[in-house]
Design a protein around this ligand. Structure first.
Ligand code: LUB
Length: 222
């Protein structure tokens, strides 16, 4: 038992400490689960789903296999959790950008740039993306890829067109699909060829080329 628990008991020694101890225990379990997930994401990102074992994950977090099983029933469950966490990571990133109150086109560019940066820097994003590539090898229901970004980009493109920042003939859904395809492709190719070192350069060149013929004028608030 860690010192914190013993201390709490020694200090008060009453039933009143029980809820606090329970919270502490839950908090420790939450932290352990997060560590397992982080290590699993690293291993999946680096080695791919088929070659990772629960034993590798346990060793990576210095836990027994049993301790890992307490949190995740099997490797499939671990893969599902990494992919779910991949998608959860986007919500605060997008929210922070929308909260800036930029014009739609500037918001869209900021979101695209944040996605490229997250693919370069965030191991959970990287692990989740590799698992999605390997989804046919994973015997579990993973969230359907690409659809949530396609929907989000469609809204932003439509707003940018309606506010006159994109040419009126731009089809928001078509542009959204092109953006998801190119972002997907550029993060993958940057990973394979350059270990993601050139990700932001590839993003900027994609943005400049894709939008060159579509914007009515560069956003004044970028
Ligand atoms: C993105 C990947 C990798 C699309 O699901 C998704 O939306 C994606 C895999 O899960 O790229 C790029 C915005």
């Amino acid at each position: 038992m860690p010192a914190t628990d013993r201390t709490a008991e020694a200090t008060t020694g009453t039933r009143a400490t029980r809820p606090a101890q329970k919270e502490l225990k839950q908090e420790r379990a939450r932290i352990t689960r997060g560590q397992i997930l982080h290590t699993a994401a690293e291993l999946f990102a680096r080695n791919g789903y088929p070659s990772v074992t629960l034993q590798d994950v346990a060793e990576g977090v210095s836990l027994t296999k049993g301790a890992v099983y307490f949190h995740f029933a099997n490797k499939e469950a671990l893969a599902v959790a990494v992919v779910q966490e991949h998608y959860r990571r986007w919500d605060p990133i997008v929210q922070e950008i929308l909260d800036r109150g930029l014009s739609p086109l500037s918001s869209l560019f900021a979101v695209l740039e944040s996605i490229a940066r997250a693919f370069r820097e965030d191991i959970m994003i990287q692990g989740g993306a590799r698992l999605q590539l390997e989804r046919s090898l994973i015997n579990a229901d993973l969230p359907t890829p690409y659809i949530s970004w396609t929907a989000a980009f469609t809204s932003l493109c439509r707003a940018a067109r309606e506010s006159g920042q994109l040419r009126p003939e731009v089809d928001p859904g078509a542009l959204a699909r092109v953006l998801v395809s190119t972002l997907f492709g550029l993060q993958h190719i940057s990973d394979v060829l350059h270990g993601r070192a050139d990700m932001m350069d590839r993003y900027e060149e994609m943005r400049d080329i894709v939008f060159a013929g579509l914007v009515t004028a560069p956003p004044a608030d970028a």
